[in-house]
Design a protein around this ligand. Structure first.
Ligand code: NAP
Length: 470
């Protein structure tokens, strides 16, 4: 595919190979964009901003609604693209396409609800004759940078609200999975999005990232990815708005009063969805000692039933990691933990980029698996005696995106809600629960700001006060 700059599909002599991570077969190529391409995209976005800012809201709504219809008509193709350039199985990919359509549809709906309010100026002495209000206006050019693990829906989470709010966007998708993003751009253009409102520059973040994030014409950086890249970007952006959706190593607490079977099922799915390459994937499970052995036995038995393999095979439960290098890293972390005294209950092996779903216990404090983000199919079980111990251990990391608790005791639930240091807490489901309209984001190193269309729209617009002196 080609990249999209200034309304034109642009090719370059230097290409990036997009391969299927299962067997490294070539899926397609995209151009390796340069800093010069970023410059052209930003120049175009300067005009694109004026165009979208001046579009009546009903036009933005109809473009986004039409985009959702076109995505629906290309449903199978989009799902296959996700499951071919990335790690997800075809079943997981279909869910992502459904969610991305929903994300764009909600963006259309929220465009209508971008309200202001009147201001009681006369509540201040001396302002008796003043009346006015505020409304929200778009901020300008938004640079959107997205990761590989949800290559369609996380792009939709940036483009939908940015366009709904009247901004222009320069998108840099993950280098390994740009095809889904380019296809979403095709849908938007076909739906009537004015050409200059969106550019998509494909290319390596470490080569073209600086030109994008440090340009003064760009007014907001909306980034989803790892902490390392997030911190690097923060050093370079100067005075701009920023949204940072970063990683985590999500904790789940399983109390002895919970309904065990659904807890096991939900935690297994949450740990191994998208091969554990999931910012809200279950990584640490704190289980009450009374039910530890039973939970462990069921959890390991269920994990052993997982079928890993080719993403497009309908029978596959878990596909490959995004590349072999990542699979090697995951096994290295497992081996390191075992050397430090941890036990591997199942998994812990790989073949190429396929890692077997892995369950650990007796994790020593300080092992990478204990405190860093694995971003792979490895989960650790911890035995705890009390809810407070579970909460204290859950919080003892630098991340805080989602937390979860399984319990039938409402007091336990409220205690966890109050004391877990996270951006979202799920009761009686795993951390891997999200709908696209809820506020989504983390505390600590998990990020800054919130996504979820209504909330992104607030971040991507500013209030302008209007005051009449009568
Ligand atoms: P990543 O390596 O941080 O890359 C994310 C994006 O940033 C890619 O497009 C990448 O480009 C770009 N990038 C890297 N360095 C850059 C720089 N210096 N300047 C500008 N752009 C730069 O993350 P990933 O491996 O794709 O994704 C995994 C991470 O994302 C995990 O930590 C996961 O938890 C997090 N994540 C968070 C959320 C959330 O909503 N909180 C959702 C999904 C994923 P290249 O591809 O060219 O390197």
């Amino acid at each position: 595919m080609k990249m999209l700059i200034n309304g034109k599909w642009v090719d370059k002599p230097e290409k990036i190979n997009i391969v299927n991570p299962y067997d490294d077969t070539l899926v397609d190529t995209v151009p390796a964009g340069t800093e010069d391409d970023v410059e052209k995209a930003i120049e175009s976005a300067v005009e694109g901003f004026i165009i979208n800012r001046d579009l009546p809201v009903h036009r933005r709504i109809s473009i986004l609604k039409k985009t959702a219809e076109i995505m629906e008509s290309r449903f199978d193709e989009l799902a296959k693209t996700i499951a071919t350039e990335g790690s997800k199985t075809i079943k997981e990919a279909r869910k992502e396409v459904g969610r991305a359509i929903n994300t764009i549809t909600i963006s259309a709906e929220e465009a209508r609800r971008l309200n202001g309010e009147t201001i009681p100026f006369d509540s201040a002495e001396g302002s008796e004759n003043r009346v006015g209000y505020y409304y929200r206006f778009p901020i300008g050019i938004i640079a959107a940078i997205t990761p590989f693990n949800d290559p369609l829906n996380l792009v939709a989470h940036k483009l939908g609200p940015a366009i709904a709010g009247g901004n222009s966007v320069v998108l840099k998708p993950a280098t390994v999975t740009p095809l889904s993003a380019l296809k979403l751009a095709e849908c938007l253009l076909e739906a009537g999005l004015p050409e200059k409102v969106l550019s998509v520059v494909t290319g390596y973040g470490n080569k073209i990232g600086d030109a994008l994030v440090s340009d003064d014409r760009v007014r907001m950086i909306s980034f989803t990815g790892g902490v390392e890249a997030g911190e690097e970007i923060m050093k370079k952006i100067g005075l701009k708005k920023v949204g940072m959706e970063l990683g985590s190593n999500s904790p789940v607490i399983v109390m002895n009063d919970c309904d065990l079977d659904p807890a096991v099922e939900s935690c297994v799915s949450g740990a191994f969805w998208a091969v554990g390459q999931n910012c809200i994937g279950v990584q640490r499970i704190y289980i009450h000692e009374d039910i530890y052995d039973e939970f462990k036995n069921q959890f390991v038995a269920r994990t052993k039933q997982y079928k890993t393999g080719f993403q497009l095979d309908e029978e596959t439960d878990m596909g490959p990691m995004i590349n072999e290098k990542e699979a090697i890293r995951v096994i290295k972390w497992v081996d390191e933990a075992v050397e430090m005294g941890a036990a591997c209950l199942t998994g812990g092996t790989r073949e190429g980029s396929l890692v077997q779903p892995t369950v650990m216990e007796n994790m020593p404090p300080g092992a990478k698996l204990d405190c860093q983000e694995i971003f792979g199919p490895v989960v650790t079980l911890y035995k705890v005696s009390t809810l407070d111990e579970a909460i204290e251990k859950s919080n003892a990391v630098n991340y805080g995106l989602h937390g979860a608790i399984f319990t039938s005791n409402v007091n336990h639930a409220f205690h966890a809600i109050k004391h877990m240091d996270v951006g979202g807490i799920i009761i009686n489901d795993s951390t891997d629960y999200r709908v696209d309209l809820m506020p989504f984001g983390g505390v600590k190193n998990s990020g800054l700001g919130r996504e979820g269309i209504k909330f992104s729209l607030q971040e991507m617009t500013e209030p302008k006060v209007v005051c009449f002196n009568l």
